[in-house]
Design a binder for this molecule. Sequence first.
Ligand SMILES: [Zn+2]
Length: 229
Amino acid sequence: MQALTVFKDHVFCLDTREKHPLIEGLQLSKFADIVLRWDKYRAYLLRTHRMALHKTSDYDGSPFEDFYQIRYEVDDCYTISDDPYISITFESTFDSDFDYTAMASRSTTTAYKRGKSLPPQETKFKVYRAILRRREGDADIWFQHEIARLQRILDDLDAATISLNVWAASDIHMRVLCPAAGCSSRKSPTILLPSQLLVHANSKLSLDAFKDKLTCKSCGARGGIISAA
Ligand SMILES: [Zn+2]
């Protein structure tokens, strides 16, 4: 199997056009979990693993669709990589079972006519499918290992950034973004090295207390949005 599409209750093999039962370790919930945890570590995963998560949306039709592609061997999220290929689609839902909510507005633009966007509304999204492709070898086996590897990376990042103490002992940089939406400093967020965190870790500050103490040098706003870099 070189290319497969994972659905909620079966797998579709794109080479043979055949349906198969679900594959151990490749449940849709795992793909949703990876997408949802990625944002906090976006800058770190790009710097150290050269991986990016690229998002596009289609809000012309119904349901709304959000597409996420995991890109490998890239230095920015704009470069396209197509091997290995992982593309995960979420669809809007009215169901109580959903993965995330986002503000989404219907676009009336068509191929023939530029339309307008309606006011954004809070919309629930649920994972719908994952398309997996690999040029060489057995894609199903390769992706079983790959999905487990990505989850392990995210688990390790969660553990390494759980408190200021452990973060200061890691090799992970801290990216601090001003919480004020219009602040000019948001174009170039502050990067703190673990050695700089150590001073505060030694003072026994919790991660939350540390966040609250941050003050933007540009606009004076208190608090900061922190992520791994
Ligand atoms: Zn600011």
